[in-house]
Design a protein around this ligand. Structure first.
Ligand SMILES: [Zn+2]
Length: 265
């Protein structure tokens, strides 16, 4: 096994700050070799950047304005975001649509999402997309713009199996989190089983989405539980899935190519 790859988490989250050394130690002990750490709003982009500079062997940064925080943005938010993308390895995320929010302006969310999609295309970066109860609008936004030449993923995928081929046509892959470890998540399992292996990723969404049996915060070491659940539902070994998901993530985040400074993960 080359090492596990956590395709989506938030190590900059303030809830993890007092325990980060232990969290990173446990991640290493569990075999996690790489994580994508996603920003969520202007206020946490500097912390994501600082972590990615402190732990360049482990952390790939992504910067984006999460749909929950669109109202907090400053007038210059898009320029600020672009300045963080000077780091050529950085992705764009977490971005997306969340229509489960009670108080939200759906058009405002769509506008902010569209601006970031365009930025990702212009800067040739992979995207990390959050989508809850907004699948029709997601496709309305994405399909006219065409394929993401630099790929990306829909994180903690909760859409239907039927949408998967349309999202693949757009160049997207799918990551699954601790939610697939919960008994009763039939919808999640059906989607998991419908994803072609070359588009499959694993994530923890730390510190959220703890796997079943974990009482408290999620952390990258829990990727093992996610892979174990995947292994049961997909009838493949954990090692196989660890390798496949790591290779897929490395390809998307530019860590698999010869011209990458990091080399293969
Ligand atoms: Zn997230």
């Amino acid at each position: 096994v080359t090492g596990l790859f956590d395709a989506h988490c938030h190590l900059q989250d303030l809830r993890l700050q007092d325990r980060l050394p232990e969290v990173l130690f446990r991640a290493g002990h569990a075999g996690v070799k790489r994580v994508v750490c996603c920003g969520t709003a202007e206020r946490d982009w500097p912390a994501v950047q600082a972590l990615s500079r402190k732990y360049p062997e482990l952390i790939t940064p992504a910067y984006g304005l999460h749909p929950w925080y669109v109202r907090e943005r400053s007038p210059d938010w898009l320029t600020v975001l672009e300045s963080f993308l000077r780091d050529k390895k950085a992705g764009v995320g977490e971005i997306g649509l969340d229509f489960a929010l009670a108080e939200s302006d759906r058009n405002e969310q769509s506008d902010v999402f569209t601006a970031q999609i365009e930025l990702a295309r212009r800067c040739k970066r992979p995207v990390s997309i959050h989508c809850r109860k907004a699948w029709d609008r997601l496709l309305e936004v994405l399909e006219p713009a065409g394929r993401f030449e630099h790929g990306g993923l829909v994180h903690s995928y909760s859409g239907t199996p039927e949408l998967i081929p349309r999202l693949i046509t757009l160049g997207l892959s799918f990551s699954f989190s601790g939610s697939v470890t919960r008994t009763g998540n039939r919808r999640g399992v059906r989607a998991l089983q419908a994803v072609p292996l070359e588009h499959l990723l694993a994530e923890t969404d730390s510190p959220d989405m703890p796997p079943a049996g974990v009482d408290g915060l999620s952390e990258p070491a829990h990727l093992r539980s996610v892979l174990k659940s995947m292994s049961l539902h997909l009838n493949r070994t954990e090692d196989d899935l660890a390798r496949i998901t790591a290779e897929n993530a490395a390809r998307i985040f530019g860590l698999a190519g010869k011209d990458s400074p990091d080399g293969p993960v």
